[in-house]
Ligand binder design. Structure first.
Ligand code: ADP
Length: 518
């Protein structure tokens, strides 16, 4: 058998394996069904491509992302490897020809969509040929617990069991939740010792939160400093995408744009221009990205806060697939929270689903307000933080030195929450602390309580920021919903008793900057 390292070097031109690759490849070549759990950009494709080359027979790759198949096949062909794909984008006669060639053993790799297994002709062809392996790309789609469940993917497994020539199987996914992993294991018959899980962390990504800056000005100076680098800017709406595109184009910056309001041709052209580096910057809504394999994206900027950590990590994770250092920047403004709440309210979800979205949104809001390590925050969210270490490269880790003791202010805020009967939200609490003359404050007689105006030296905006910070650090509890109320918890009691100090790591947003937000 050809040595795996040699294949890596001679075919793919890489010197060393990435974490988990060699281990996965060894298991496959010794015919153990294996599940590889690696983050996006971790290098999952090589895990089946190298055994596909070293084992005899044809490798079948099942992928729900039809748009990616052609790119994968082109890449293999350019390395001189016989590969093809068979899917609905081809004419019936072309599909037939490729199937015949598959039957004749002309290909080392055949990429297909899950639906292909519903064709008895296809199944009869693969029954008759020698199979090297069957790979399930995006394997979380076969699990009903996965965020992208596809029933047709799941049903393949029972079809496959009827084959007498069933080869070694490999599942590949970037979804690391325990339920999904154990579901894939039982479906594909994978023993626990053959799960290769490199964890979720992307060590080449640095996360940053930027607050209190005028967003268009920030973007312009960022792009000035990062000329010739490829990056994606995610805007919250189509309108925002168009506006930002116009602004930057006027300044002579080479940008492409992508959103669902454009025609298919416009979208295809924009995508191609970006992929081929004719345009270095892509401004898009979240409609852009699924199935995009561009390795040299150096930064992903979110122009506004997205709705969930899941979608944020997925979108931000499109940076740095080549393993080089890349930045993920979230430009936060308080209005982002209102926009996301509005989107949840407007959606057609039932009340339970909305409640669950509010819970996810709260985690996202907390991410924007925590002063702890941002990487750890994300890994904790996905229950994947065994070492519990700080990353040393996110904006919070980098600003560690500027810390202020705000225990006294925190005590005032917490006692105000208590005196307000734990029945109000962040906005009202900030107003009471400020001593606002707002009509609602009068209506509820909140101007009569002893903490009314107790922090009047600060702006309502600073006070709002502090309350969000206390929630993010779990020093205050929140009940999620359309109008979330804030309550004390055990940590709050510790702060009130003076047995816990509250540190803030970065200076609060200076008063007056809010006016700059767009
Ligand atoms: P995934 O499917 O896990 O998101 P890919 O398989 O697309 O990731 O790999 C991401 C990028 O990393 C690709 O450009 C690939 O060529 C590159 N890559 C994979 N393995 C290695 C390696 N061992 N050394 C260097 N680059 C690699």
């Amino acid at each position: 058998m050809i040595e795996e390292e040699k294949v890596l070097q001679t075919y793919f031109g890489y010197e060393t394996f990435r974490p988990g690759q060699k281990q996965t490849i060894d298991k496959i070549t010794s015919k153990q069904n294996t599940l590889a759990v690696m983050p996006t950009g971790g290098g999952k494709s090589l895990c089946y491509q190298i055994p596909g080359l070293t084992l005899d027979g044809t490798a079948i790759i099942i992928s729900p992302l039809i748009s990616l198949m052609k790119d994968q096949v082109d890449a293999l062909q350019s390395l001189g490897i016989a590969a093809t794909y068979i899917n609905s984008s081809l004419s019936a006669s072309e599909q037939q020809t490729r199937l015949k060639d598959t039957e004749a053993g002309r290909y080392k790799f055949v990429y297909v969509a899950p639906e292909r297994f519903e064709s008895s002709f296809f199944v009869s062809v693969i029954k008759r040929i020698e199979l090297a392996l069957i790979a399930f790309d995006e394997a979380h789609c076969i699990s009903q617990w996965g965020h992208d469940f596809r029933p047709s993917y799941r049903s393949i497994v029972s079809n496959l069991k009827r084959l007498s020539n069933i080869p070694v199987m490999i599942g590949l996914t970037a979804t690391a939740t325990e339920e999904v992993i154990s579901d894939i294991q039982s479906l594909l018959n994978i023993e626990s010792e053959h799960v290769v899980n490199t964890g979720f962390e992307r060590e080449n990504l640095s996360f940053h939160i930027v607050k209190g800056k005028d967003k268009p000005t920030y973007i312009r100076s960022f792009l000035d400093e990062h000329q010739n680098e490829s990056g994606i800017i995610y805007a919250a709406t189509r309108k925002q995408t168009d506006a930002l595109y116009d602004q930057l184009t006027k300044r002579g910056i080479s940008v492409a744009k992508y959103h669902a309001g454009l025609s298919e041709t416009e979208r295809k052209e924009a995508q191609a221009a970006f992929i081929h580096d004719e345009k270095t910057i892509m401004i898009a809504t979240n409609a852009f990205g699924m199935g995009i394999d561009k390795s040299n994206v150096r930064f992903v900027i979110h122009y506004a806060m997205p709705m969930t950590i899941e979608s944020y990590y997925q979108e931000a994770g499109r940076a740095g697939r080549d393993g080089e250092h890349s930045d993920c920047i979230l430009l936060f403004s308080p209005q982002d929270i209102q926009l996301q709440k509005f989107l949840i309210e407007q959606s057609l979800m039932d009340d339970d689903a909305k409640q669950s979205e509010y819970r996810k949104l709260q985690a996202m809001i907390n991410y924007c307000h925590t002063h702890s390590c941002l990487t750890s925050f994300i890994l904790d969210y996905f229950n994947d933080n065994p070492s519990n270490q700080t990353c040393g490269r996110c904006s919070n880790c980098l600003h560690r030195q500027e810390r202020t003791d705000i225990t006294e202010e925190a005590q005032m805020i917490l006692s105000c929450v208590k005196r307000m009967g734990e029945r109000f939200g962040v906005g009202m609490t900030a107003k009471v602390l400020k001593g606002s003359k707002d009509k609602k404050i009068n209506d509820f007689q909140l101007n009569k309580i002893s903490t009314y105006g107790i922090l009047s030296a600060y702006t309502e905006k600073e006070l709002t920021e502090w309350i969000h910070f206390l929630i993010a650090e779990q020093l205050l509890a929140t009940e999620e919903g359309k109008f979330p109320t804030i309550k004390l918890n055990q940590n709050s009691v510790d702060v009130l008793k003076g047995s816990r100090t509250v540190w803030m790591y970065t200076a609060p947003i200076p008063a007056g900057e809010e006016a700059d937000y767009q």
